[in-house]
Structures are given as structure tokens and as C-alpha cells.
Write a new protein. Structure first.
Length: 115
């Protein structure tokens, strides 16, 4: 079974930057969307950023202007560049890749923003 593997999380000071990466352990064909979600302690998982193979991109309002999603659908690889990080960005970040009738998730990577 194909797995998604995230990397790039860690501890960073407020105002700092991190780049998350997500790759698949094998090939997942016909993926239409790739996304990043996050879940903070005691909160529901929320969609942070999403990109479609047709080039549409969406962000949750709280990260607009600070985060950038990019991806390579042929390689099942997606990135999240996070700049100007704030303490409220602290969460476990999950990669997601989907097509009709199929969804794959990564195991999550911790991002902690603290001085």
C-alpha cells in the first residue's frame, strides 16, 4: 500500500520559516488534489492549503500571504513553504492526496512555533 511521508517539521521561533515536503512511497495515479491539513491540540483538523492538477490553489484565511503550496502531480510530491510563522501555527501538519474514490494521508509532522 502506498504511503505518504512528510518531512520538514520542527521547532522555529516566531517570524521564522519552514518548508514541509510530502512524497509517496510509490506511484498514486490520477491524483486530482494535493493538500496540507493541520491539527492543533484540542482543535479539529483544518484544511490549510490545497492545489489541484488544473492549477487552482486555495488557502485558509489565516495563512494567506505567508504560506505557499506547490506540487508535482507526476511525482506525487507536494510542498508547503511557511514564512512569518506565528505561535498559532503550532500543530501537526498532515499531507493529503486524493482522486475520486481514493484518499491517502501521511502520518503527520510536528510544527512548533515558540520563542
Amino acid at each position: 500500500q502506498v504511503q505518504l511521508v512528510e518531512s520538514g517539521g520542527g521547532l522555529v521561533q516566531p517570524g521564522g520559516s519552514l518548508r514541509l515536503s510530502c512524497t509517496a512511497s510509490g506511484s498514486i495515479f490520477s491524483i486530482n488534489t494535493m493538500a496540507w491539513y493541520r491539527q492543533a491540540p484540542g482543535k479539529q483538523r483544518e484544511l490549510v492549503a490545497l492545489i489541484t492538477r488544473w492549477g487552482n490553489i486555495n488557502y485558509v484565511d489565516s495563512v494567506k500571504g505567508r504560506f505557499t503550496i506547490s506540487g508535482d502531480f507526476a511525482k506525487n510530491t507536494v510542498y508547503l513553504q511557511m514564512n512569518s510563522l506565528k505561535p498559532e501555527d503550532t500543530a501537526v501538519y498532515y499531507c493529503n492526496q486524493e482522486r475520486v474514490g481514493y484518499a491517502a494521508w501521511g502520518q503527520g509532522t510536528q510544527v512548533t512555533v515558540s520563542s
